[in-house]
Each structure stands twice: as structure tokens, then as C-alpha cells.
Write a protein that binds this ligand. Structure first.
Ligand code: NAD
Length: 420
């Protein structure tokens, strides 16, 4: 999904190109490349929803599974008018690599409904979610495919999906989705997990680069779940959050923004624009500000051939999925910018989703400190493994993460063999 729809057409191609680079490094044979470069299952559903005014509307939804060689499929569900099959194929594939990067036993999936949820009442949104859950029930399940929130979906959406699935089964199946409210089997710390995982790998990157996070200048694009919490956590580490943006525009203060006050402002006004004591910039302009760490946390393809050459940062930490296109990736490499790739930098979310699923299956729950401790262990280990490959092979972190992840999935596929 992007503000420019022509770019979405290339998203799956971008994912396949990234995969091919890793497959070349690993010397994968052509047959295995074919298996790993396409989605295993693709379900499209057109389903009716009774609207508040008594009319019937028909919506299109999808659930795609990329690969399940290492375990059940895992991936978010997004609601957006521009959701499309190629975008979901890319996102499902990235989920496979992401789970393998942090070595959790899942494959990759993604789903979505073509809808602008802001135009629906809560009642209509619940109807849509419950019917969509019913339509994709033949794919999802605690042992098969476990959805989670993504853009424009949240804990309430997951509660409706869990309840709908459970009603069909006749008993409560908490482990069918993650990112649920805590009172019905959600995990302590899940809400902050993506941002916390991103913070952990940024700390590791700063250490390796001999940079101090204390006093580092940070720009965050996208002030939603991932972006606003990354901003807060990095500020707690002493970083100066000089600029943030949302879909309506950006705000900049070279002396630093008070993140908690920006969050409160956004809650009240539904935008960061107009926040006092800050210069108003466009969301393109904030990407080109001089800083130490740039965190894209909005959508795909935000860093591209048009703006990558103007980016003045030392580290790009991809909280969003696919924010850097192939051309920008090359420009960043040429300019010595250290990129923490999405499949590593935002893997904290799926890692704590995995913890939630494990807790649901065992009906035994941890506290937030336990969650954060285990998340820290996994993120630090994954960073170290990726960094080691990048140093040994003298390659960028994305290629290194892909080599690690694709290698793990290929190995699992080969060990299992081709059926029959
Ligand atoms: P969200 O809907 O909570 O936030 C998205 C934010 O981006 C909003 O503030 C929106 O206004 C802003 N935005 C949209 N277009 C923009 C633009 N052109 N310029 C600047 N800002 C813009 O979504 P989220 O959950 O925070 O997800 C953001 C990204 O992080 C997505 O790529 C998602 O796939 C990825 N991600 C999220 C999680 C998670 O747990 N939330 C996990 C992994 C990856």
C-alpha cells in the first residue's frame, strides 16, 4: 500500500528480487527457487455486509499464505482501499523471511480487505470483520494460520475474529489470532513489541557503529502504533526526536519534540499537524532532514530513487514493511547508510505474537518483564547473526538477513522433501 498506486504493482517484484539476491548468494537450485518465490495458498473472497442504512455492500478480501515449511502461517490483516494481491504476496513472503530471521517456528501469511474503515460505523466494521473471518475460516486456525493486527486493524478486530472463529467451533480458541486484548488471551507487552524490538536492534546498531543513542537525532515517519512508540522508547534512551509525521504532514523542532505531548496532541486532533512549538513540514521534507537515525514507520516505497540521494542519516531502521525500494537500497549502500532491514527491525511484533500464541496454547501467562526479557534475547541474537554474515561476506544488512532467513527456510523445505 502506498500513496502512489503504480508503485504497489512492483512490490511483489521487489520482494522477489530481494529473494533472488539471497538465492544467488546461497546457490539455491531452480526448483527450490520456484517453490520459495510464490505463495502456497491464495484465497480471494467477495462477501456481503449489511450496512446501517439497510443496504447491502459487497467487499473483497484476501488471505494469502506464502510458505509453511517451518510451521503454521503467521501474518497480519490490513484494512485499506488499496489492498491488492501483489502487495499481499510481497507482505506474506516478507513474513516468512521475518519469522525465519528471528528463528520462530512460523511461515508467512498476510490478509486484507479492500475497505476504508474510517467510512464505516463500528457496527458495520464488526459485521465486515465477522463475515470476513467466516470466509477465511477454511484457512485460519491455531495450527494452520494465525492472523494479527496490521494497518487499520487492532486488538478489537482480533477479538471479533477470535469470537467468530470460536462460535463456529463451539468452544473458545484464543490461539487463532494474536494481538488480542489482554483480558481474552492477549500478551502483556504485545502493543509495544514492534517498537521495542526496533529499539533493541537500533541500540545494537549504535553500539557496532560507535554511536551514542543518548543525544542522537531521530526522525520518525508515520506516527501510528509502530512509529509513535519507537519515538517514545528512543526518547527514553536519550535520543532527540527532531521530527515526526503522519499522513497529514510533518512537524520539526531541531531541539527535540516532547513525544508524550505529541501523542496527546494527536489523540485530541487526529493529526500531528498544528502541534505548537514546531515547524510544519511536508512528510516528504522530513525524510530529507539531517539526523542520525531515520525510522520509516508508515508504508511501503517511501524511500525511493527520488528522495534516497537526499537522505542525510547514518542509520535507517525500517519499522515499516518495505519502506525502501530497490533503487533506494542501492543508493543507501553507495552512500554508506546502515540499513536495519524490515525483516529484522520490525520482527519484535511477530516475536511477541509468537509468545502470545505459546501462552494461549498453554493457558499459562507471563508478565511484561518476562516478555521483554525474552524479546530482547531474540532480537539481540538475530541482530548478531545478521551482522556477522554482513561482516563476513562484506554485504549490506538486508542481503545478510535474507541469506540467514532464506537459508533457514530452504533448509527446512529440503529436509522435509517434496511431497509425494
Ligand atoms: P498505523 O496505522 O498505526 O500507523 C501508520 C501511520 O503512518 C499513521 O500515523 C499514518 O497517519 C501514517 N502515514 C500514512 N501515510 C503516511 C505518509 N505518506 N507519510 C507519513 N506518515 C504516513 O500502522 P502501524 O501498525 O504503525 O504500521 C506501520 C508500518 O509498520 C506498516 O508498514 C506495518 O506493516 C509495519 N508493521 C507494524 C507492526 C505492528 O505491530 N503494528 C509490525 C510489523 C510491521
Amino acid at each position: 500500500m502506498t500513496t502512489e498506486s503504480h508503485e504497489t504493482n512492483n512490490l511483489f517484484q521487489m520482494a522477489q528480487n530481494q529473494f533472488n539476491t539471497a538465492a544467488d548468494f546461497l546457490g539455491l537450485d531452480q526448483g527450490l527457487r520456484k517453490v520459495l518465490s510464490s505463495c502456497k495458498r491464495e484465497l480471494t473472497v467477495n462477501f456481503p455486509v449489511l450496512m446501517d442504512d439497510g443496504t447491502i455492500d459487497v467487499f473483497t478480501g484476501y488471505r494469502f499464505q506464502h510458505n509453511v515449511a517451518r510451521g503454521p502461517a503467521k501474518g497480519g490483516i490490513r484494512y485499506h482501499p488499496e489492498v491488492n494481491p501483489d502487495e499481499l504476496r510481497a507482505l506474506a513472503m516478507w513474513m516468512t523471511w521475518k519469522c525465519a530471521t528471528v528463528d520462530i517456528p512460523y511461515g508467512g501469511a498476510k490478509g486484507g480487505v479492500m475497505v476504508d474503515p474510517k467510512k464505516l460505523s463500528k457496527h458495520e466494521l464488526e459485521n465486515l470483520t465477522r463475515r470476513y473471518a467466516t470466509e477465511i475460516a477454511l484457512m485460519i486456525g491455531p495450527d494452520t494460520d494465525i492472523p494479527a493486527p496490521d494497518v487499520n486493524t487492532d486488538a478489537q478486530t482480533m477479538a471479533w475474529i477470535m469470537d467468530t472463529y470460536s462460535m463456529h467451533k463451539g468452544y473458545t480458541v484464543t490461539a487463532v489470532v494474536t494481538g488480542k486484548p489482554i483480558n481474552i488471551g492477549g500478551a502483556e507487552g504485545r502493543n509495544e513489541a514492534t517498537a521495542r524490538g526496533c529499539q533493541y536492534v537500533i541500540r545494537e546498531a549504535c553500539r557496532e557503529k560507535g554511536m551514542s543513542l543518548d543525544g542522537a537525532k531521530v526522525v520518525v515517519q508515520g506516527f501510528g502504533n509502530a512509529g509513535s512508540i519507537v519515538a517514545r522508547l528512543l526518547a527514553e534512551d536519550g535520543a532527540i526526536i527532531v521530527a515526526v509525521s503522519d499522513s497529514t504532514g510533518g512537524i520539526y523542532n531541531p531541539k527535540g519534540l516532547d513525544v508524550r505531548k505529541v501523542v496527546a496532541f494527536k489523540q485530541e486532533h487526529s493529526t500531528v499537524v498544528g502541534y505548537p512549538n514546531a515547524e510544519q513540514l511536508t512528510n516528504h521534507e522530513i525524510l530529507e532532514l539531517e539526523c542520525d537515525i531515520l525510522v520509516p514507520a508508515a508504508f511501503e516505497n517511501q524511500l525511493n530513487e527520488e528522495n534516497a540521494g537526499k537522505v542525510k542519516t547514518k542509520i535507517v531502521a525500517e519499522a515499516a514493511n518495505g519502506p525502501t525500494n530497490l533503487a533506494a537500497d542501492q543508493i543507501f549502500q553507495d552512500n554508506g547508510i546502515f540499513v536495519l532491514p524490515d525483516i529484522l527491525a520490525n520482527a519484535g511484533g511477530v516475536t511477541v505474537s509468537y509468545f502470545e500464541w505459546v501462552q494461549d496454547l498453554q493457558s499459562f501467562f507471563w508478565n511484561e518483564a518476562e516478555t521483554n526479557k525474552r524479546l530482547h534475547q531474540i532480537m539481540v541474537k538475530a541482530f548478531a547473526q545478521v551482522y556477522k554474515i554482513s561482516q563476513e561476506r562484506k554485504i549490506d544488512m538486508r542481503s545478510a538477513a535474507y541469506i540467514l532467513a532464506v537459508g533457514r527456510v530452504a533448509e527446512a523445505a529440503l529436509t522435509r522433501g517434496i511431497y509425494p
